[in-house]
Ligand binder design. Structure first.
Ligand code: 13P
Length: 279
């Protein structure tokens, strides 16, 4: 083999190895379906719902399925879920301080001690009714990651912002304020949920074009901050009147990686249909 051929050979193998290494290190994003029960169900109703979903889903779902139950059901839900692969438990909130004199609050340590793996942070209902600020949400994200819980971080604009056409900038501000302080390795663990407030519980879902436009814009923002690999590896869920009928179209959008489901997660058949809509 002459010197020129040797050189070509060397570059060929070097490129092949680099390509395969990048496949290994690149986190391919996954579709996720998470049910946020909000303040619904009793313990018996909740455990029945989970059992019924598990029964109806005979095959392993294409991506993680997460149940965000109210705090008092977490332990019971964890016991049912731990025997089935692909199913995870989330809390709907956590406190922004590690521990202490915060009567009635629940810490990240408590959540992980009862088996929660994810925690929803920054849901619009928490921002609106409990006046949670971007700074508090940033603290919650830090605490969750520090204790090994994966944040499902919610963002989304109210109707007047959507009507003014400034929704992309509004959501960008929320993400920058509560997530962009994270180093890359930590940011990779975050799941984002885009939930336009005007679509939550209203039966008025975002159109597939509206969802795709915002999800793509979020991904561009992530790419600018963390690079394309990280942006491509981040799951961005859609939430807001997502149901068994519209989930397949929404999930087919290139930048929609599953959903955060409210009302439709309370009925086993509906939730199972949405889980089955994952691509
Ligand atoms: P709905 O699916 O009931 O609109 O709720 C969405 C939501 O807020 C999930 O977190």
């Amino acid at each position: 083999m002459n010197a020129a051929n040797k050189k070509i050979n060397f570059y060929f193998w070097a490129q092949l190895i680099t390509y395969h290494l990048s496949l290994i290190t690149q986190k391919m994003r996954q579709q996720i379906v998470a049910g946020n029960w909000k303040m619904n169900k009793t313990l018996d109703e909740g455990t029945e719902l989970i059992k019924s979903v598990l029964e109806k889903l005979e095959q392993r779902p294409r991506g993680p399925v997460v149940f965000a139950t109210p705090f008092p059901f977490l332990l019971a839900a964890a016991k049912i879920l731990k025997v089935r692969k692909g199913f995870y438990l989330a809390a709907q909130n956590c406190h922004h301080e590690e521990k202490g004199a915060y009567t009635g609050e629940v810490s990240v340590d408590m959540l992980s001690s009862v088996g929660a793996e994810y925690v929803i942070i920054g849901h619009s209902e928490r921002r609106q009714y409990f006046k949670e600020t971007n700074e508090q949400l940033a603290k919650k994200v830090n605490l969750a990651l520090g204790k090994g819980l994966l944040p499902i971080f919610c963002c989304g604009e109210p109707l007047d912002i959507r009507e003014k056409g400034t929704h992309v900038g509004y959501v960008a501000k929320q993400l920058k304020a509560s997530l962009f302080h994270l180093p890359t390795a930590e940011f990779r663990k975050v799941v984002i949920a885009y939930e336009p407030i005007w679509a939550i519980g209203t039966g008025r879902t975002a159109s597939t074009e509206q969802a795709q436009e915002m999800h793509a814009a979020i991904r561009v923002l992530l790419a600018k901050k963390y690079g394309k690999d990280v942006a491509d590896g981040t799951s961005i869920l859609y939430g807001g009147s997502c149901n068994a009928q519209n989930a397949p179209d929404l999930f087919r959008q290139p930048d929609v990686d599953g959903g955060l489901i409210g009302g439709a997660s309370l009925k086993a058949d509906d939730f199972v249909a949405i889980v089955n809509a994952m691509k």
